[in-house]
Design a protein around this ligand. Sequence first.
Ligand code: PLP
Length: 346
Amino acid sequence: MEQKIKAYNNMLELIGNTPLIKLNTITESFEGNFYAKIEGFNPGHSSKDRIALHIIEEAERKGILKPGDTIIETTSGNTGFSIAMVSIIKGYECILAVSSKSSKDKIDMLRAMGAKVYVCPAHVKADDPRSYYEVAKRMHQEIEGSVYINQYFNELNTNAHYRTTGPEIWNQTGGAVTHLVACSGTGGTISGTARFLKEQNPDIRIIGVDAYGSVLKKYHETREFDPKEIYPYRIEGLGKNLIPTATDFDVIDTFVKVTDEEAAHTAREISRSEGCFVGYTSGAAMQAVKQLAEEGEFDANSKVVVIFPDHGSRYMSKVYSDDWMREQGFFDTVHSEIEEDIQYVK
Ligand SMILES: Cc1ncc(COP(=O)(O)O)c(C=O)c1O
C-alpha cells in the first residue's frame, strides 16, 4: 500500500499560525489573564516572515517580480533574514542594508542565508547618505529589475498582519481579547493586528511599546515630530527616529516607553520563568505589561495578548551575555549581578 508522506512542501508553508501561550509565573502577581503570541515559532524565527512572504507574493501577483530579480531592504536583521529565506525558496537575489547596531550574530545569519549585506552606521540621521535607508534607495536606483521592500513605508507590511496576526489572535482567544500589547518599530505588527481586532471589537485596548530615544510616543500624543526626543539607545527593532507610514497611529490607544535596561532584564526573566526563550523586544513588550499592571490598567476580567516578536537565540552576544550586560552597566543596584551559574570542573 502506498505510504502517504506527511511533509510540508517548503519552509514557507510554516509561516504564521504561531502559538498563543498562557503566561503563568511572570504575571503571577498581576490581575488578569496574560497570553503571549510567540512569533519565534515562525520558520525564520520572527514575525517578519509574515511580511516578507506577503510583500513578495503581492509583487509576484502584480507581475513586478520576475525570476532572478533582486530584492532590496533595510533591516535590523529579522526582516532581512525572512526576505533572504523567501528569496532562496523563490529564486531571487537578496541585498540587505543593515544598521551597525545589529548584532554580529544577526549579520552572520543573513550571510548564512545567502544575502549580500551592507553594514551602515546606526547613529546618523535618516537622510544621511550613509544611513541604511539612503543606501538601500541608491542600490534600488542602480540595479535594474530590483524591488525595494521599504517596510517602513509599505502598506503591505501592515496588511500582512491585518490578514494573519489579527485573525489568528481573534480566533485563538475566541474573541475574548481585551488588550493587545505590541512593540512598534515599522508599526506594521501593531497597526495591522489592531486594525483587524478593532473592526471586530472597537473596545479592545491597543498599547504600543516604544523606546526612550524614539519619537513615536510623543508623535502619537501631539502629532508633531520632535527631534529632541531622538538619542541613541541599544534595543534593536523598537522605536524609531522617523515617522513610518506603515504605522496607523489612529488605531493605537496609547504608547508605553521602556528602558533598554529593564527590557533586557525582563527578556532574561521570561526565559528563566516561563521557559520561553525570547528576544530583546519581547522583554520590552513584557516590561510594558509590568508597568501597565502597576498603573492598574488590568482587572480580573482582562485577557491580555502580548506579542513576543522573535527568538532568543539571536541575542546570545547581547542580552544573554553576562559580559555584555555588565559592559552596559545593566547589573546595578536595582538588578544585582546574577549568581554565577556555571561551574567549571577542573
Ligand atoms: C525584534 C523586533 N521586535 C519588534 C519589531 C517591531 O515590529 P514592527 O516593525 O512590525 O513594528 C521589530 C521590527 O523591526 C523587530 O525586529
